[in-house]
Write a protein that binds this ligand. Structure first.
Ligand SMILES: *Cc1c(COP(=O)(O)O)cnc(C)c1O
Length: 224
């Protein structure tokens, strides 16, 4: 973490962008994307007022978070990276929110584990949409989103609260944020997880309810 935490500045930027736009949510949440960050950086972010954290890998989170959570029960932990079906039990035991629900088999496994294990209920889910239709990227295709959201909510009874996207790195993000917002409105889904270090102000103007910030908070990562 840089010597003077830029949290107040980022919060100011979010607030300003929210005031700028009629589409904006009144108080978008700031989630710290803390992959690759150690205990000290995470503790500093908590001291700076961050209560939402996102990890990309179940195993890394299992190594870091049980202790931090014990000390800071107010903190909410989100999974923002891909989830393998064989890690569902561990993920549900540790994370409060899974932002990367992206395929029927994963959703079915989650529903089954929630129905058979103790202590893994009451979780919230975001469906990841591959707005750029990139073959290497996770997420349901926009054309399949309505059906998948309906399946997760109504057939599997999962608590789907939002949608999440990661726009293609080489395109302007605004059309992707607009598409995610449109799908959410059409499906009566309230939360929009969109916006990262490079585009969070745009995302806030387009209605983001949760920006996921890594680099701008913690500085550059050694590796992902
Ligand atoms: C790493 C990561 C972020 C944060 O990215 P930055 O550009 O460093 O802010 C956000 N979302 C996801 C899914 C990530 O993996």
């Amino acid at each position: 973490m840089p010597s003077s935490p830029p949290i107040p500045l980022i919060r100011q930027n979010i607030e300003k962008a929210a005031k700028d736009s009629p589409l904006a949510h009144k108080r978008p949440a700031l989630l710290a994307a803390c992959k690759g960050q150690g205990r000290e950086a995470i503790e500093a972010a908590i001291a700076g007022g961050i209560t939402l954290f996102g990890e990309n890998r179940v195993q890394e989170a299992q190594e870091k978070w049980p202790e931090i959570k014990k000390m800071h029960p107010e903190v909410e932990l989100h999974l923002i990276g891909p989830l393998q079906t064989n890690k569902v039990k561990e993920a549900l035991a540790l994370f409060d929110v899974i932002q990367t629900l992206d395929r029927p088999r994963l959703a079915e496994t989650i529903a089954r584990v929630q129905g058979s294990e103790l202590g893994v209920q009451g979780k919230q889910f975001y469906i990841q949409v591959n707005t750029g239709e990139e073959p290497q990227k996770a997420g349901v295709l926009p054309a399949e989103a309505d059906g998948f959201i309906d399946y997760c909510k109504n057939t599997l009874k999962l608590n789907v609260v939002g949608l999440m996207c990661i726009p293609p790195a080489d395109q302007p993000p605004a059309p992707h944020f607009a598409l995610l917002r449109k799908i959410a409105l059409e499906n009566n889904v309230a939360q929009l997880s969109m916006g990262m270090s490079g585009d969070y102000e745009t995302a806030v103007r387009m209605g983001s309810t949760c920006v996921r910030i890594g680099t701008a908070l913690f500085g550059n990562r050694m590796a992902d």
